[in-house]
Design a protein around this ligand. Structure first.
Ligand code: NOJ
Length: 747
């Protein structure tokens, strides 16, 4: 008989209010800023609005800092060079204004954590916050005081290479993760020498690039913008994020970098954001090729008017602002406001008090503690997608054939934007297996030198290794270069000859575990039938190897869940769980696969519903999905009331029981649907989640508190509104299935 233990109730507020929020504006610093602005020449003001890529040791470059013509540098990670640049700024420039030093610290600095899409799959904001704290400590130790992260672009298209850098397709989850990262980078005291200023990016809609091709045009109606793309930015502003980066894309005909509606009206107006806005790299001057500005001068004008306070890398501000002021196209108030915002962040960072970095203050980079945190993050990020016949976890007694281009690819597993990570510090699955198993149990054949390789000459040797072993471990996916900025793919199958290799190995008849390392969801329809188990590890970072090995051998159970829908084929894209229902929603009962349509079938005989004849209407794996080595039973859904009034809260709870034999973590998800609204609502929307760890037989009541505010959406007048009417609510293991209840909001 299975034992039932009731442990404490997990009680969750839907949106944990920020524990702290950094105050950028204080009367004391505003006075100091007034005094400084008073003394500044126009050239010095424009200098503060100018960011340039570091050219350490270059005399003209250092001269520009000395002359107050540069307010910020990026991409310098040599601490002596940063200190030297700061020294020139504060000891040799007229007004002694320190530099703000930027770097893309996206998922770790030297200790590389999983790519953000993998981090999101942990559904663990606390862990994400701790990881960002470590990244901040490491980056700050070399003089970097500003990170261009978090990236919170909602991505509904896995062809887009930058899906790797964000948290997936859901605005609620992305809001929780982005806010956690902001808190981790900034800590509760931006002035501490351990904090980095965060930079929310890319504002906004960048992930909606048509066709998933980077930098491409976006068209996003304001309702959709407010419903899906803006919430993570709003949550990050509320969490105190100090800066924001504009996006490269043309948004509804106006490039984001020249878009006053999003920057002035929404960000600085509606949300009262007090920090500063930086352009993306050359995104000011790129308004010329966009066809929005005739030349760089007009681009500078449009960007300043729109509210871009600092220009990254290109010199259009330096070259044209003075002239634009003379002509009356810009006002001094605009310039002073931009400078004020930049100085505000520099004061908040404590740079006026201490611009220098003392390395003695910081722990060693990639130390044991940091690597242990990266391992834990990697472990929690891995998603078990298939486990036929309970192949996993494996026994230590088994011999394993280790095959594939990513079994021992220390750089590739770091993923995109790992500039400061070191391949020699990353531990691969092969090295971890060699630590874990006795040598005679491992038969390693790389078979393909890299993921795109097409040569098949080692395939026979790989098949022989499979034959000699009890189980095959395939490590496949994408090299780091295949995702990230500008690295989009139109075909999402495993690249190169990897699919062919799987088929060759399958002919050996041994059970196959496929571990995928990739920057995005891949389409795996061609190979799923040939493998028994599938662990999706994204690019897991420095400690990916040991994390995966712990999961393979059941030291822990996988607990990650997808934060992006995995399509079966590229033609289904865009595909996301929170879609609208349509007037003719698909029906399993009437859908006929293209191969089964009778010859000369009558036009209307297939049902007239919204589906694909060849790909149906379901994804390969839905949002929120992920298996475990145990099983979880969901039961006893309870609602505190069948109806609530506007302004009231509803408590929704369910009992989750570990009905299997292993201690494991489950991510319990709360979804809602507003059945009829003045603006149609999605078939499901994530409204909460909770990670719970249960012993075998243990039960826990998970309770969510849902307010009518949580059910609000942008209404016809663009204002958030919760409307009376009927709702469905689910407590569920993924965006499909779960326990459903009904309630209403009374008039
Ligand atoms: C361009 C990228 O779009 C942005 O995300 C990054 O922060 C900057 N380059 C600086 O490297």
């Amino acid at each position: 008989m299975k034992k039932t233990i009731f442990s404490t109730i997990a009680f969750t507020f839907i949106f944990s209010t920020a524990v702290f929020s950094i105050e950028l504006v204080t009367s004391e610093t505003e006075k100091k800023i007034d005094a400084l602005i008073e003394k500044m020449t126009l050239e010095e003001k424009i200098g503060q609005m100018t960011q340039r890529n570091a050219r350490s040791g270059s005399e003209p470059f250092e001269g520009m800092i000395r002359d107050g013509k540069i307010g910020s540098i990026l991409n310098e990670v040599n601490v002596e060079a940063v200190n030297r640049a700061q020294k020139i700024a504060v000891e040799e420039s007229r007004l002694a204004i320190p530099l703000i030093v930027g770097r893309d610290v996206i998922h770790g600095f030297r200790t590389i954590f999983p790519i953000p899409l993998g981090l999101a799959a942990t559904w663990n904001p606390q862990l994400v916050e701790e990881g960002s704290r470590i990244a901040a400590l490491e980056a700050r130790s070399v003089g970097v005081n500003w990170t261009f992260a978090p990236m919170m672009d909602i991505a509904r298209d896995p062809r887009w290479g930058r899906i790797a850098e964000g948290y997936g397709e859901d605005p609620y989850l992305a809001s929780r993760m982005a806010a956690a990262m902001v808190r981790g980078f900034q800590s509760d005291d931006l002035a501490s020498p351990n904090a980095l200023a965060a930079c929310m990016k890319h504002f906004v809609g960048y992930g909606a690039a048509i066709g998933g091709r980077d930098y491409n045009t976006t068209y996003i109606p304001e309702l959709l913008l407010r419903d899906i793309y803006l919430p993570p930015f709003k949550a990050s502003v509320d969490a105190g994020a100090a800066t924001l980066m504009t996006a490269f894309n043309d948004l509804n005909g106006v490039p984001a970098t020249g878009n006053a509606f999003i920057l002035r009206d929404i960000l600085k107006g509606e949300w009262a954001f007090q920090g500063f806005v930086v352009s993306d790299w050359a995104s000011v001057t790129q308004m010329v090729p966009h066809g929005y500005c005739a030349d760089h001068k007009e681009a500078a004008e449009k960007a300043v008017v729109a509210g871009v306070d600092m220009e990254m890398e290109t010199p259009s501000y330096a070259d044209h602002i003075a002239e634009l002021l003379d002509e009356g196209a810009l006002t001094l108030e605009m310039i002073d406001d931009a400078v004020r915002r930049i100085l505000r962040v520099k004061f908040a960072l404590g740079l006026f008090d201490n611009p220098y970095t003392d390395t003695a203050h910081y722990p060693t980079l990639a130390n044991e503690k940091h690597l242990a945190a990266a391992k834990e993050a990697a472990k929690q990020s891995v998603v078990l997608l298939k486990n036929d016949g309970h192949l996993l976890p494996l026994s230590k007694e088994m011999s394993v054939a280790v095959i594939g281009p990513l079994a021992d690819a220390p750089q590739e597993q770091l993923g995109t934007w790992a500039f400061d990570g070191r391949a020699e510090e990353s531990q691969t699955p092969l090295t971890a297996l060699r630590d874990f198993l006795s040598p005679e149990k491992i038969n390693y054949v790389q078979a393909l030198p890299y993921s795109r390789a097409k040569e098949t000459h080692d395939f026979d040797q790989a098949a022989q290794a499979a034959e000699r072993s009890d189980v095959v471990l395939l490590f496949m996916g994408e090299e780091a270069i295949l995702s990230g900025e500008a690295h989009c793919r139109a075909n999402l199958d495993l690249p190169g000859a990897q699919e062919q290799l799987i088929k060759v190995i399958a002919s050996a008849g041994k059970p196959i575990v496929l571990v995928v390392m990739a920057g995005r969801p891949l389409t795996m329809g061609n190979i799923l039938e040939h493998i028994d188990a599938l662990l999706y590890a994204f690019h897991p970072g420095s400690m990916g190897g040991p994390a995966v090995v712990d999961l393979l051998f059941g030291i822990d159970s996988p607990s990650g869940k997808l934060t992006v829908t995995f399509p079966k084929v590229v033609g289904q894209i865009p595909m996301y769980y929170n879609h609208k229902n349509t007037g003719r929603p698909p029906q399993a009962s009437s859908w006929v696969h293209i191969d089964d349509i009778p010859l000369n079938a009558w036009q209307t005989s297939l049902g007239n519903e919204s589906h694909y004849l060849d790909a149906g209407f379901t994804p390969q794996y839905p949002f929120g999905y992920g298996l475990s080595y145990t099983t979880f039973e969901y039961k006893d859904l309870q609602l505190s009331s069948p109806a609530i009034k506007m302004g009231e809260a509803l408590t929704v709870s369910a009992v989750i029981r570990n009905s299997g034999a292993m201690r494991a973590t489950e991510i319990v998800q709360l979804y809602c649907r507003d059945l009829a609204a003045s603006i149609t609502r999605p078939v499901r929307e994530l409204k909460g989640f909770e990670r719970i760890t249960l012993e075998p037989g243990e039960c826990r009541t998970v309770e969510f508190v849902l307010t009518t505010e949580d059910l609000a959406f942008p209404g016809p007048d663009m204002k958030m509104v919760a409307e009376p009417g009927a709702f469905h609510v689910w407590i569920a293991p993924s965006s499909e299935g779960g326990l459903m209840g009904e309630f209403s909001i009374a008039e």
